[in-house]
Write a protein that binds this ligand. Sequence first.
Ligand SMILES: Cc1cc2nc3c(=O)[nH]c(=O)nc-3n(C[C@H](O)[C@H](O)[C@H](O)COP(=O)(O)OP(=O)(O)OC[C@H]3O[C@@H](n4cnc5c(N)ncnc54)[C@H](O)[C@@H]3O)c2cc1C
Length: 422
Amino acid sequence: MKVTIIGAGLAGLACARRLTDHNIPVRIIERSPSIGGRVQSRTIDGFRIDIGFQVLLNAYPALQLLPELASLPAYDFPPGARIMLEHRLHTLSDPFRNPADALPSIITPVVSIQDKLLLWHLAAELNRRPLASLWDEPDQTILRFLTRRGFSNGAIELFFRPFVGGITLDESLGTSAAIFKFIWSMLSKGIATLPAGGMQSLPDAMAAALADKNVDILLGRQVTALTANDTRWSVQTDSERIESEIVVLATDIWSLGDFVPNVEPPRYRSQRTLWLTIDRVVDCGPSLILNPDRQSPFMTVAPMHAVDPDRAPKGKSLFAVTVRADHFLDTTDEIVQSFHQAMQRNKVISASDRIGCIADQTVQKAQFVQEPNHFRMRKFRAALPNGLYVCGEHLQTSSINGALESGISVADEIVRTLSSRE
Ligand SMILES: Cc1cc2nc3c(=O)[nH]c(=O)nc-3n(C[C@H](O)[C@H](O)[C@H](O)COP(=O)(O)OP(=O)(O)OC[C@H]3O[C@@H](n4cnc5c(N)ncnc54)[C@H](O)[C@@H]3O)c2cc1C
């Protein structure tokens, strides 16, 4: 085999896809029984849920590099969010992009006029700026960046902390401002979406394109050792040995140290998501709901059935509810009860609604910690000696885009190396 890729997460699949565009023979080995790595979905009692609440930002540049992802059908969340406060939901959206919510967004008293102007100005600025320029500026935490931009404490606490904290899995807002600017730029240029059929549709679409090119994906096989023999690599799995000219390590960063010396595994962020159901269609609209009350165990509520009707059986509702990190040890019942009370208080559901919990998931190593200047301090190179390459989100941003881009750029490097040998 010319190239063996270890790991069938988005990075490994994207790398394989790009190599097959150049007709380079490739095989993928994955330790778990399914493809997708951290992007997976499943169906429980007719409800389609993902492993952890995730969204696809449709402006991610990497999506345009793979036709099957660029054309993936998806459902949109409206721009902005609704904020739970003082017993009702307040809409905060971009009136230029979401005219239906323009009036409530303009008149809502939760965020001051000055904050709204700053918000729209930031979106317009990031929409204009080339992405590459975002990484060149001196970095700081998100909290510091927002404060320096002039946002009030109210806007930070009521909007940014739960909204951005939900995306970066870091409610402290201590994550790199460069990451925030990248995400905000994506949200200004495009929108948050749910791929039809669940997040799993992303890896499935790439796997279908690979199947058309007869690429083997060996599932349920853990790679246990790599040995270099002259110009080839010997890849040892728990059941066989495979010879390959080039090996791409597309594992998560925490597994990389099994094969490459001196990899310091970064700290990680976790996500706990409860998938809650109600036996009627709750007509609350498709916007993401933010809960800024930091005493409450849950931070965001995504009405999945209102975004994608196929997520729930007919006549039922499905909510993806993310839990605050300091409530990870609360029981499911405690969180469900708190959700019921808060949603009732804010007039989204009624006292008679019975809530079911079809899944309570904690993904331990969901994302790596992206501190300010993380990207400047990165020591790791994608190409190691002797035909060994590395890809994965950890070389870019901890995101779907980061995983896809790193897979594609390593494939391009392999193509360049192979063509320079000819
Ligand atoms: C709960 C959660 C929420 C998230 N939310 C978002 C979001 O809203 N938007 C967004 O853009 N991103 C989000 N992300 C991040 C995004 O999902 C990841 O950054 C991306 O999927 C990582 O892809 P990857 O291919 O780099 O790594 P992985 O998906 O971790 O893939 C690595 C693969 O390597 C395999 N592997 C490891 N070791 C071996 C071995 N020895 N042998 C064989 N196989 C091996 C693993 O099983 C795995 O399949 C979220 C992630 C999680 C978990």
